[in-house]
Design a protein. Structure first.
Length: 240
């Protein structure tokens, strides 16, 4: 545990016990980048870097021996790339949430990573405040990247997905009419606040609907819901 997290954990008081720090693993073949990220993350009272790996194979071995909440995973690495490593982590069942690190915006590998089970993606030159916010968001189960960014990614690469022709794909029949409506708006790139305004609901109600959608469809977060909406043909990429 880093000093800041230790100080926080050791603080005395009559209030509720503080939450344990978010345990993070860094996976990137660039040691300098890992060092920079580690310095930023370990400076936070609610975060601690518990391990590092230089490629996907090493990451899988490491994550089999320690508990982590969030993994920052590079896309392109030797031996085993981040997409394959993500897929294998997801196949293990219970797993940390995975944020992919990409060099270029809208990298096709980032799209593959989302399909493999990653919760979102970040550019490697992400400003520190955005990095910290993304980690906290994915740890709490919220959206990792802006819905509009996810939509741009899918609009570019959705032609690789099969097109559906049924107005209500069988996979989505478990949803109520309202949940189906919310799912459509999530897939269209609207935030919870925007959905609330459009449907004349409270933001808390929208958040509840999103949570039920994820539970019913066996999805971990709204990014995966967007991917499913494209895969089933519920939403088409622009221009298709």
């Amino acid at each position: 545990m880093n000093d800041a997290a230790a100080d926080r954990a050791g603080a005395h008081g009559s209030g509720p016990a503080p939450e344990p720090p978010i345990r993070i693993v860094l996976v990137d073949d660039q040691e300098l980048l890992r060092t920079g990220f580690r310095m930023v993350l370990n400076s936070q009272a609610d975060m601690t870097v518990v391990g590092e790996a230089g490629d996907g194979e090493a990451a899988l071995d490491l994550l089999a021996t320690l508990a982590a909440d969030v993994v920052l995973m590079d896309v392109r690495m030797p031996r085993l790339d981040g997409v394959a490593a993500t897929r294998r982590l997801c196949e293990r069942g219970d797993r940390p949430r995975i944020l992919m690190l990409t060099t270029f915006d809208l990298d096709e590998y980032a799209f593959a990573a989302l399909k493999a089970g990653a919760s979102g993606f970040l550019l490697k030159d992400v400003p520190p405040p955005d990095l910290l916010a993304a980690i906290r968001a994915v740890h709490s189960g919220e959206a990792v990247v802006a819905p509009s960014t996810t939509r741009r990614l899918l609009d570019k690469f959705a032609p690789m997905l099969p097109s559906g022709f049924e107005p209500a794909p069988p996979e989505l029949n478990v949803l109520t009419d309202r949940e189906h409506e919310v799912m459509m708006l999530v897939a269209a790139g609207l935030s919870n606040g925007e959905i609330a305004t459009k449907l004349f609901l409270s933001e808390a109600t929208v958040k509840t609907h999103v949570g039920r959608i994820l539970m019913k469809l066996g999805l971990r977060d709204r990014v995966q819901a967007v991917v499913l909406a494209y895969e089933t043909g519920l939403v088409k990429a622009r221009g298709r």
